[in-house]
Design a protein around this ligand. Structure first.
Ligand SMILES: Cc1cc2nc3c(=O)[nH]c(=O)nc-3n(C[C@H](O)[C@H](O)[C@H](O)COP(=O)(O)OP(=O)(O)OC[C@H]3O[C@@H](n4cnc5c(N)ncnc54)[C@H](O)[C@@H]3O)c2cc1C
Length: 372
């Protein structure tokens, strides 16, 4: 099958779906992306992009744009109280010796740098998938606006509540952690000297409660503030300033002051849920990537990274189909076999909260080796 004749659709244009479109484009494969939202948007928060993801971004030829909006981060600290540094550790190189440092980025900047690469006629907003039916060798998808498409490969990048996954692989219920993350971006100076000018990611801890300060010093001069405290599993939770201050009363006075100063309209609260790892990710023509495949808690900062790395592997195996070296079914099987061990590892490790008892900021070090 020649590259131009492989019809690929991606459902969802979050980090996973946009990454898949870019990775496939770099392989010369056209993929159409269908997103239910009428406009693209991302939660205002910073994330760390790890070395294997940076290598993928370089491979896709979009590093220059990414470079402008990221900063290298040398290390992570876990801190009790206001200044008792329990752990200070360089980011581990682990699976990718070609990149020394991870990079910190605002999620919206990451999504923008990915979607900017998708040709306008391949990004279909306001397209909510309502049905999917697998035929012999193809898939038929129906959208709420009445449009129908038929493709050779369907990539479900439709998030933790993936409707595609639930229809074709069986329903998977998200598991609520009991915690809610409250996140906001503040100007660097509003972090009151608690964030690092050298881009060290700081995690302040109080039992299982955590308070992240992630600097975003390239392109912006901001800090991503992220507090994780117990809460309810509500779709769109609304908290008062008093409730947040009560939740963080075990943290030091300056950390409390930072939250006191933030306008509540700027704080996005989200209950934290993940999925139990599951065994079958694909049918003959349909597969899942990103949170649809392996939603994990944010404690190891790996959800978006795993999505980017899924996209890279998936594009590689579909590239072989396009070259006539394998079938779609073989490619999807190979993709999920390559990706399941590491995503399962991070799903499990991400259930560990950073605490005063932590021996390392990077528990994956015990499980992974450079080059493995
Ligand atoms: C507090 C917090 C901090 C985090 N920090 C980090 C970090 O530091 N590092 C890291 O790597 N990860 C981090 N993550 C995780 C990361 O953000 C997610 O894993 C990642 O964004 C998931 O991307 P996704 O594209 O798979 O899913 P989503 O972003 O959920 O995208 C799914 C898309 O599918 C669309 N969709 C859904 N249903 C349909 C439908 N029926 N039809 C059409 N479209 C549909 C949705 O509208 C959405 O745009 C964090 C997460 C949280 C909550």
């Amino acid at each position: 099958m020649a590259a131009k004749s492989l019809r690929v659709a991606i459902i969802g244009s979050g980090i996973a779906g946009a990454s898949a479109a870019v990775a496939l484009k770099a392989k010369g494969i056209r993929a159409d992306v269908y997103e239910q939202a009428p406009v693209l948007g991302e939660v205002g928060a910073g994330i760390g992009i790890r070395q294997p993801s940076i290598r993928a971004i370089k491979k896709w030829g979009i590093f220059e744009e990414f470079d402008k909006v990221t900063c290298e981060s040398p290390r992570m600290q876990i801190i009790a109280g206001e200044d008792n540094v329990i752990i200070e550790e360089n980011w581990p190189i682990l699976t990718d010796p070609t990149e020394r440092f991870p990079r910190l980025i605002h999620r919206a900047d990451l999504l923008d740098s990915l979607t900017a690469q998708i040709p306008a006629d391949q990004l279909h907003l306001d397209h909510r998938l309502v049905d999917v039916e697998e035929k012999d060798e193809t898939v038929e998808v129906t959208f709420a606006n009445g449009k129908k498409i038929e493709v050779d490969v369907l990539i479900a990048a439709d998030g933790i509540r993936s409707p595609v996954r639930d229809k074709v692989l069986g329903k998977k219920e998200p598991v609520f952690s009991g915690y809610v993350a409250h996140r906001a971006l503040v100007p660097f100076d509003d972090a009151l000297g608690m964030a690092c000018e050298d881009n060290t990611l700081r995690i302040y801890v109080d039992g299982d409660n955590s308070y992240y300060l992630l600097p975003l010093l390239n392109g912006r001069r901001q800090v991503s503030v992220d507090i994780t405290i117990p809460g309810e599993n509500e779709l769109r939770p609304v908290y008062t300033k008093e409730q947040l201050l009560e939740g963080i009363k075990g943290f030091g006075p300056t950390l409390q002051k930072i939250i006191e100063n933030i306008d509540m309209n700027k704080i996005v609260s989200r209950p934290l849920s993940d999925l139990e790892p599951f065994d079958v990710w694909s049918t003959k023509t349909i597969t899942v990537i990103g949170d649809a495949a392996h939603a994990m808690l944010h404690n190891q900062g790996q959800g978006a990274n795993m999505a980017i790395q899924d996209a890279d592997v998936l594009a590689d195996v579909l590239g072989e189909v396009a070259e006539g070296k394998s079938t779609v079914a073989e490619a999807l099987k190979s993709y999920e076999e390559q990706r399941k061990p590491i995503t399962k590892l991070y799903q499990n490790l991400s259930r560990l909260f950073p605490t005063e008892q932590a021996k390392t900021a990077f528990p994956e070090k015990e499980h992974l080796e450079v080059g493995k």
